[in-house]
Design a protein around this ligand. Structure first.
Ligand code: AGP
Length: 605
């Protein structure tokens, strides 16, 4: 999704803007642009496609500017093109914008009636016209920006340059993240923290409805009615090296291999293996136990929620409903003040999940957030929270965020179970969890075999993934991984449901991935496997290493350790599916880390 970097300092800030934008590339974008000052005039440079094209232009015709704004755009209104890329310039005002101006069509009509000419199809361009109008009416820059935004409906993080003020950047935020960094001789702002960290670790988060004015020496914050706001910078403990590839070909591969560590870090942050205590500082001591739980999320986080239902119901016996956030928000769900709504989101900024939280809040429910970003909106607005300690996830296809979300859901199940006095269950589950990181290592050692298998399947045009119980969501997640990065159509299905339709698809050209590990549903899934095999499908099975029978039945096999507790099986079975998707995509030569049309954090509806 779109990225913002803006800076002003005593030296040339163009290299800072470019490096910052590079750090946001993982979010997905289709064009990039900057606005800067040259001889006291605002210049604008835009390119469709990768940021490297803009960087190349700047290399051949260098620009030196003490103040600049830069943007990577992910098209929402108006197709990807130079004209539609940001910044949008109108009569001395350059604007970059993340979010959506919902009433832009109506505003645009009114502005056109005043004689303005628009150059793009974007919603953003109305902002530069409105600010220009305010300046023309005699308002100071901050006032003109605030008056312009009063007319807008929707969400925004904006950065603005104004002719005549070549040492100032103005910012405003509503519903879309914006952070400010303070360094010696410069201030910069960005829509995500990784873009600031290479330059400074002193960071603050602009809050909704706030505006800011940056100069090389200061950052002045204002409330929506333009009263000064005081908030100090905090030093963020975050190692910029964590966001490097460290020798792996892609971030996604690195992140797949980071999972044992990410799982370990998450579980040890909350669980003590010696005294079997569960301590979740983000859940207040008096947080009431709910009589019903709703889980809302999107994409991979939704699939984590589906597994979470098994965990929470098995451990606590509290009924759980799981729903896609974009459905929940529009159907007037039955949510009561005695219910708990769990919002799961890697980024903590997903627009649909935020809207689902707002609905749940209106209905009086408490909100618990599971996010991988303590600075995110979802994390901050919740009543209780569990942070996953996965470290930054750069690959658009979620991997370590997913497995740590499963751990967070197990931790929540254990937290409630402890309060219910279920000592035996708590001990068994904690023992099982502490075995998980080393079991993950065993599975990741099979990466070379999975790479070879991937080549055999890379030419398929469709895939079927089958699982039962808590492995059905893993079939869904495995299929999503393949779709996202290899562009091969794949479908996840509950294996028992196959005979009610999808079985008609099965033939020798439909590779089928079957999650057939030893657990309470083993015999059932083996019957489903027979049904698939008798229709000549090529089968890749994920099986237990103690299974002596399955190897001779299927074409390919990935193994998970024997005698794994059922709660851990989803955490292990997803690993070979991630590796399969990765190696198929890599073999096909797709853009694994930034697949087409996708964005890392989906901050628009
Ligand atoms: C995962 O691989 C996807 N890219 C996507 O489905 C993602 O999980 C979804 O957009 C939700 O994002 P969130 O966890 O940041 O809310």
């Amino acid at each position: 999704m779109c990225g913002i970097v803006a800076a002003t300092g005593t030296d040339n800030v163009i290299p800072m803007i470019l490096e910052g934008l590079q750090k946001l590339e993982y979010r997905g974008y289709d064009s990039a642009g900057i606005a800067y000052f040259e001889n006291q005039k605002i210049g604008v440079l835009k390119e469709v496609g990768k940021l490297s094209r803009l960087a190349e232009k700047l290399r051949t015709s260098p620009v030196h500017s003490p103040t600049a704004i830069g943007h990577t755009r992910w098209a929402t209104h108006g197709k990807p093109s130079t004209i539609n890329s940001h910044p949008h310039y109108y009569e001395g005002v350059a604007v970059i914008h993340n979010g959506i101006i919902e009433n832009y069509a109506e505003l645009k009509q009114k502005i056109i009636a005043q004689g303005h000419v628009f150059s793009s199809q974007t919603d953003t361009e109305v902002i530069s016209h409105l600010i220009a109008n305010g300046l023309k009416a005699g308002h100071a820059p901050l006032e003109a920006i605030s008056k312009a935004l009063e007319l807008c409906r929707g969400t925004w993080a904006i950065a603005v340059l104004i002719q005549g003020y070549d040492h100032q950047v103005w910012l405003a935020r509503k519903g879309s993240p914006l952070f400010i960094g303070s360094g010696s001789g410069f201030h910069l702002a960005a829509s995500d923290i990784p873009a600031i960290l290479p330059f400074t670790q002193r960071i603050l988060s602009l809050q909704d409805h706030e505006l800011a004015e940056l100069t090389s020496t200061g950052a002045q914050l204002f409330s929506s009615d333009l009263h000064p706001v005081t908030r100090s910078f905090k030093t963020i403990a975050y190692n910029p090296l964590m966001a490097e590839k460290e020798g792996y070909k892609h971030y996604m591969l690195k992140e797949i291999f980071e999972q044992p560590r990410a799982v370990y870090n998450t579980l040890t942050a909350y669980l003590n293996h010696e005294d079997y205590q569960v301590r979740v500082p983000g859940i207040p001591e008096d947080f009431p136990l709910p009589d019903k739980i709703h889980i809302v999320a999107c994409g991979t986080s939704y699939y984590a929620g589906l597994v979470g239902k098994f965990y929470l119901e098995a451990a606590t016996r509290i009924p759980v409903e799981v729903e896609i956030a974009s459905e929940f928000r529009y159907r007037d769900p039955i949510v009561l003040p005695s219910h708990l709504v769990i919002a799961i989101s890697q980024s903590g900024e997903t627009a649909d999940t935020l809207a689902a939280i707002a609905i749940a809040r209106q209905k009086g429910a408490r909100i618990l957030a599971i996010t991988n970003s303590p600075h995110s909106q979802i994390h901050q607005i919740a009543d209780a929270r569990i942070e996953t300690i996965a470290g930054p996830e750069i690959g658009v296809a979620s991997t370590k965020a997913f497995t740590t979300q499963l751990v967070a859901l197990l931790i929540l199940s254990l937290h409630i179970s402890s309060r219910q006095g279920k000592t035996e269950l708590v001990q068994q589950w904690i023992d099982a969890l502490f075995d998980c990181p080393s079991q993950m290592h065993h599975i990741l050692n099979q990466a070379p075999q999975l790479q070879v298998m991937a080549r055999r399947y890379a030419h398929a045009t469709h895939f079927l993934y089958l699982g039962r119980g808590n492995l059905y969501p893993i079939a869904l997640e495995g299929a999503l991984k393949l779709k996202e990065i290899s562009y091969i159509h794949a479908e996840g299905y509950p294996a028992g449901e196959m005979k009610h339709g999808p079985i008609a698809l099965i033939d020798e050209d439909l590779p089928t991935v079957v999650l057939a590990v030893k657990n309470s549903q083993y015999e059932k899934i083996m019957s489903n496997l027979e049904e698939v095999l008798s229709r000549n499908a090529k089968v890749l099975a994920v099986a237990s290493s103690s299974d002596m029978q399955i190897g001779s039945m299927v074409n390919d096999l990935a193994l998970i350790p024997a005698d794994v507790h059922e709660i851990i099986q989803p955490l292990l079975c997803i690993l070979p599916l991630q590796l399969l998707a990765y190696h198929i995509a890599d073999f096909k030569g797709t853009d694994v880390d930034q697949p087409r049309n996708l964005a890392k954090s989906v901050t628009v509806e």
